[in-house]
Write a protein that binds this ligand. Sequence first.
Ligand code: ZN
Ligand code: ZN
Length: 139
Amino acid sequence: MSLVLALITLLTFSMISCNNDNEEDEMPSRPTISLTEVGHENSKIAYPGDDLHLEAELLAEGQIKRIDIEIHQEGGSNKIVELSYTSGKYVGVRNTTFHEHLDIPADAPLGEYHLHVTVTDMYGQQTTAETHIVVEAPL
Ligand SMILES: [Zn+2]
Ligand SMILES: [Zn+2]
């Protein structure tokens, strides 16, 4: 009798662990971001009062839920660009080419900045890509 119980217990445990394994397998891989072009011809230079061309290849097996863009001054919290895409052509897809022109404020101080691109999928998994850009005086 106790052997049967032990067997049932063992079977139950192995079924539970199998289910857990399956759930893990069903979780899609995290989104990936490849910043292909930041600024004209990937110059990584932006100008106050002008727009910054930004192109990235996005891949999200779990489908894109939102994209957040931020440009902030290096070593500071001064954000000159803060944008979220939560609807439109980029949302609900697995694979897309992100291409937008970001408005740089005319009063943005010149200097070194960070650009962050964060992709969140439908499962809440996030990936951030970041790069260094420079805001220079217009030619
Ligand atoms: Zn462009
Ligand atoms: Zn940063």
